[in-house]
Design a protein around this ligand. Sequence first.
Ligand code: ATP
Length: 228
Amino acid sequence: MLNVERISKTYNKQPIFTDVSFSIHPGEIIGLVGENGAGKSTLLHVLATLQMPTTGSIQLYDWYYQKHRKHVRRHIGFVPQDIAIWDNFTVRENMVFFEKLAWKNKSEKGLKELCLDMNLDRWHDKVHTLSGGMKRKLNLAISLIHDPALILLDEPTVGIDLKSKKEIATYLQKLARNQQKMVLYTSHDMDEIKALCSKVICIGEDPFYRNLLQHAGKKIVPLNNSFP
Ligand SMILES: Nc1ncnc2c1ncn2[C@@H]1O[C@H](COP(=O)(O)OP(=O)(O)OP(=O)(O)O)[C@@H](O)[C@H]1O
C-alpha cells in the first residue's frame, strides 16, 4: 500500500500543493485530475522519488521515502508526460537497453510479451517509424520491465486514438486486478478517468473537476480538511 501523509511542495517559497494525504491499495487505479498548473506532474515527481516533498511523509509498504529512497525506487514505474525513448533504436533495442538498466532481469521473450500484451507488435521497427500511440505503448512497456508495484502515469494517452486508449486501459485494468498493482493515472480526458479509475483525486483550488465527478457519481478522494 502507498500511504501519503500531509505532504506539501513549494518551489522558491511558492506553495504548489499543501497538506495532501491519500492512500492507494493494491489493485486500485486512482485518477489524478486538476487544471493546468494545479501540481499533478509535481505530485507524480515526488511520488516517483525524483523530488522530495517539502514537508510530510510517504510510505510504500514498510519503506519510508525519506529513509529508504533507493529501495523504494525499485518498486516504482514512472511514465513521464514526454516520451523518453531512443528514436533511432528499434522497439527490441529500446526494451533490451532499458532492461540492462532495470533492477530485475527479464528474458527477451518476456520483454517481447510485455509489448505484445499492449498490442505493440513492431518488435524490429525503429521507433521513429512508429505512430504516437505506439511510442506511448512502448514508453509504458519500458516502465514495467522491472515489475514495479506502484505505476505512475502522467497523461500516458495524450494525443492517441480511441482504440489505443482502450487497449491501454484494458491492459492497466488487467494488470491492477491480476497482479495487484497500484496505479496513479493523470489525464485531462474525463471519460477516460471515469471509465478507468475506481476513485479520483482532485488537486488544486478550482472546483470544476470536483463538480464534474460528483455529477458523474465518481468517488472523490478527500485530500485534506479543506475539501471534505
Ligand atoms: N522546477 C520547477 N520550478 C519552479 N516551479 C515549477 C517547477 N516545476 C513546476 N513548477 C510550477 O509548479 C506548478 C505546477 O506544475 P505542474 O507541472 O505540476 O502542473 P500540472 O498540474 O501537471 O499541469 P499540466 O496539466 O499543465 O501538465 C506550476 O505553476 C509550474 O509552473
